[in-house]
Design a binder for this molecule. Structure first.
Ligand SMILES: C[S@@+](CC[C@H](N)C(=O)[O-])C[C@H]1O[C@@H](n2cnc3c(N)ncnc32)[C@H](O)[C@@H]1O
Length: 349
């Protein structure tokens, strides 16, 4: 492996890439391929994929400026790598601005990286006290502190229930509103103590604050909206036979990926069950993906032992067909798509 600048290793810590073996075997990048890595992080996938296939254009995005700085420092050592500060939901627009109409592989490794969690200043973790921030891109949008100090109690409870699956969400929201009436909630430690005051530790030993922190992180970063828009952008950017690989870490994310890929890969079966007049009312859409994983792949036991974060990982992958993208706004819902569109790029080299 090439050398990472030592000053970056010292200050920014490492991230163990999850399910790297599986990603490598599914990626199968041909020479000359164009790759998008929507979640660069610390470049674990980038290094391995570029080592397996140095002859490719590897376009990486991250919305965390610290990750982007790290990536830019790697670019000299890794010809082919380019790192851009952008959300992956914008991948289509940014990639086109970079002169690339279609790509051969898109990988998304969702969530936060170990350095983000480990750095108390980022405010993702209650393990170490720090400012309650949680923004992957600290230059944009309200922080977690802004939200817990301003959001209406009912909305707060809904966020905590929906994204954290916290059954005591109403009690947590009430406790937050009570605490903020006394003084502004500024730190991860304060928020964790407020949650612990109303939610008991479960038998599994998981800290009661875990679910509320997950909920706020998802809300602050609009993670599920990003994922939905990112999948649609991926569908429109991938060339025929291009591959999409998504690694997710909780059921809310995996459900979105599963639903998206299932709908776009099972069209023929559903058409078969349609009655003739139904087919006319709702014209068939062609399959835009073929599944490469019918069930999600999970990390092998040796990886789970070495890296506990891998235990919750689910990997889904699919290959793009030649059919037009379902999410193409130029295709009205009532118009049967034609065989080719401007959105449909070249065939995989
Ligand atoms: C799990 S880490 C990726 C680790 C990477 N695969 C590696 O091996 O080093 C997720 C990274 O994606 C970034 N990220 C998460 N959501 C994003 C989004 N919507 N757009 C761009 N970057 C995002 C985070 O800032 C974080 O750096």
């Amino acid at each position: 492996m090439f050398a990472v600048p030592p000053e970056l290793i010292d200050t920014l810590h490492a991230h163990d890439p999850v399910m790297l073996r599986e990603v490598l075997s599914l990626a199968a990048i041909p020479a000359g391929a164009i790759v998008i890595d929507g979640t660069f992080g610390r470049g674990g996938y980038a290094r391995a994929l570029l080592r397996a296939q140095p002859d490719c254009r590897y376009i990486a995005f991250d919305r965390d400026p610290v990750a982007v700085d790290y990536g830019k420092a790697l670019m000299a050592a890794l010809p082919g790598l380019e790192v851009h500060h952008a959300a992956f939901s914008d991948m289509k627009q940014v990639t086109r601005e970079l002169g690339q109409a279609s790509v051969d592989l898109i990988v998304l490794d969702l969530g936060v990286s170990s350095p983000q969690i480990d750095e108390a200043e980022r405010g993702f973790s209650f393990g170490k006290d720090g400012p309650l921030d949680m923004r992957m891109d600290p230059s944009r949008g309200p922080s977690a502190a802004d939200i817990v100090n301003a959001m209406d109690e009912g909305d707060l409870a809904d966020v905590i229930y929906k994204y954290g699956e916290e059954r005591r969400s109403r009690a947590v929201a009430r406790a937050i509103v009570g605490a903020r009436a006394e003084s502004r909630i500024e730190t991860t430690g304060q928020l964790a103590d407020i949650v612990r005051s109303v939610v008991r530790r479960a038998k599994d030993g998981i800290d009661p604050a875990t679910r509320t922190f997950q909920a706020l992180r998802i809300h602050v970063n609009d993670e599920l909206g990003e994922l939905e828009r990112g999948l649609e952008a991926a569908e429109r950017l991938l060339s025929t036979e291009g591959r999409l690989i998504v690694v997710s870490f909780h059921s809310l994310e995996d459900r979105i990926v599963k639903t998206f890929l299932r709908a776009r890969s099972e069209q023929h079966q559903r058409d078969g069950r349609r009655l003739p007049w139904e087919a006319e009312a709702a014209p068939a859409r062609e399959q835009s993906f073929t599944l490469l994983t019918r069930k999600p792949m999970e990390a092998q036991s040796d990886e789970c032992r070495a890296n506990p974060r891998a235990r919750s990982a689910k990997l889904r992958a699919a290959s793009r067909t030649a059919a037009p993208a379902w999410s193409d706004p130029d295709l009205s819902a009532s118009a049967a798509p034609g065989p080719t569109t401007a959105e449909q790029g070249s065939t995989r080299p």
